[in-house]
Design a protein around this ligand. Structure first.
Ligand code: ZN
Ligand code: MG
Ligand code: ZN
Length: 507
């Protein structure tokens, strides 16, 4: 899209904008409520920046921050950079709702950031009538900027996809990979080789080959990543449909894949050279998955990995006023809380210290370590050695019975909710702190295996921004922050919640 087309589209969109007031409209805050009072509607006023970096934490909120903060200080021995970041930035509280649900999914949440519009959960930059929204990475490219996507989820997963692609359903990851290629996005790093692999893709297309043909360095291992020197880069590090490994499995399970910080270090110099500047989305994608699986050990280690990536980005924006860094979770998942335990809660901290014994995610335990038909004794040994919790006869027998004969790979780890009563949910209940107080495991209890409505912290930093308070903002307002900072004037078409719900009901 050239600049003229872009402006035309913007004008059309403006004309077509709908501002109906239906019953659902009352559920949502007025747009730009917090930012409207700021000069230029932007925390930067009329000042422009060259680069924008958006760091998304998927599926984690204030309670996880508290758990991870303890874990970082007391178990790892290194306080979270995020702790200070939250104190020094321009911070606020973000409402993460989607168009027709107070609880958002990741594709609607990411679409809200990248287009300034709420959509129905499950779609990527599309209303139910097929109307497409233009995401900010497309706008950035059309105005001469370099663009990048970095994630620990599959490269084609919902959060990164919504910065580039437009599809009816987030599950259309083969199509998303094709749209990535067509988009010309300069750097794409994540997991999920299946969607690029001709042996697995349903259309047999060799996307790896097509990316290479389009001038990309295509890499699949940390070694190849380190030795790549191409300016355009596709890195897909996890086999089949798997996400990049959890940090806990990378550290203790010998999984040879890059960390999020490694990927960010590879992306930055490639984009920073661009004359017109760049827009980069980085996603710490798997706290969400750990929370879906009620796996607090995997969650806190992924917070550590995310924090390292944050550190790399903070170093990058330090002492330069031309780069805006935006940080936000897209929503919370699981409602996992560290709960007070024992007389005067004196048993809380000692129980939290047992995080130090956890050496493996539930995903790796069940997918990679557990034999197909384990005996209770095998289960006990595997769990005690890797998850670090003692297993009694009852749990060992139940775990063995639960996993026997199950095709673990067919369970789509880190994707589906561990619905109540499902095998994954029952395993989590047996391994985690759930309804009983058990001294040998961290006192973290989950309210649900789904996303929650919890408001989440948002932080703006870099670009000469000083500490301050943004108040309560809507997720869609971050689009306006980015476009104002980049000097892009564009408005996407709008749809009311009632209109969208009607279309969904009509099927
Ligand atoms: Zn999410
Ligand atoms: Mg995500
Ligand atoms: Zn999720």
């Amino acid at each position: 899209m050239d600049r003229r087309e872009l402006l035309k589209l913007g004008a059309l969109a403006g004309a077509a904008a709908v501002t109906g007031v239906g019953a659902n409209a009352l559920l949502r805050p007025s747009p730009a409520a917090a930012l409207a009072g700021l000069p230029g509607g932007s925390p930067l006023g009329n000042r422009r920046v060259k680069n924008v970096i958006f760091l998304a934490y998927d599926g984690t909120g204030y309670e996880d921050f508290a758990t991870a903060d303890f874990f970082a200080r007391r178990v790892v021995g290194q306080p979270l950079r995020y702790h200070q970041f939250l104190s020094e930035g321009l911070t606020g509280t973000m409402i993460p709702s989607s168009l027709t649900s107070w609880v958002t999914d990741s594709s609607a949440a990411s679409s809200a950031w990248s287009t300034g519009r709420k959509i129905v959960n499950g779609a990527v930059n599309q209303f139910p009538d097929g109307t497409e929204l233009t995401p900010i990475l497309e706008l950035a490219r059309a105005t001469g900027r370099a663009t990048g996507l970095v994630t620990t989820a599959r490269a084609t997963h919902a959060t990164p996809a919504a910065w580039v692609a437009k599809v009816r359903a987030r599950e259309m990851e083969e199509e998303i990979a094709i749209q990535y290629l067509a988009s010309g996005t300069d750097v794409i790093l994540g997991g999920g080789q299946a969607y690029f692999d001709p042996a697995i893709r349903s259309d047999g297309r060799d996307l790896f080959g097509e990316f290479a043909g389009a001038g990309y360095d295509v890499v699949k291992t940390p070694g190849e990543l380190a030795s790549s020197s191409g300016s355009k880069l596709l890195g897909v590090f996890a086999p089949s449909t798997r996400h990049v490994a959890y940090e806990i499995d990378r550290r203790f399970g010998g999984v040879d894949q890059p960390s999020l910080a490694d990927m960010v270090r590879a992306a930055l110099p490639r984009l920073d050279g661009a004359e017109g500047g760049f827009v980069l989305q980085v996603e710490a994608g798997r706290m969400d998955h750990a929370n879906h699986e009620q796996d607090a050990g995997a969650m806190v280690w992924d917070w550590i990995a995310a924090d390292e990536a944050l550190g790399v980005l903070l170093e990058f924006v330090a002492d330069r006023d031309d780069t805006l860094l935006i940080h936000a979770p897209d929503h919370d998942t699981g409602g996992g809380v560290t709960f007070g335990w024992g007389s005067r809660y004196s048993r809380t901290d000692p129980a939290l210290m047992t995080f130090g014994n956890v050496r493996c995610s539930y995903e790796r335990l069940l997918l990679d370590l557990m034999p197909r038909n384990p005996s209770p004794a095998q289960v006990r040994e595997l769990v005690e050695a890797n998850v670090g919790v003692p297993v009694g006869d009852f749990a060992a027998e139940n775990l063995a019975a639960l996993v026997s004969g199950t095709d673990m790979a067919g369970l789509r780890w880190g994707h589906q909710n561990a619905v109540l009563g499902s095998m994954k949910y029952q395993v989590a209940q047996l391994l985690s702190q759930s309804f009983e107080n058990r001294p040998e495991r961290p006192p973290v209890s989950f309210a649900t295996s789904n996303h929650t409505a919890g408001f989440v912290p948002v932080v703006l930093a870099g670009a000469g921004i000083e500490a301050g308070n943004l108040g309560v903002i809507d997720n869609t307002e971050l689009f306006g922050v980015m476009t104002a900072a980049l000097g892009i004037e564009f408005e996407n078409p709008a749809m009311t919640a009632d209109e969208a719900q009607e279309l969904v009901d009509e099927g």
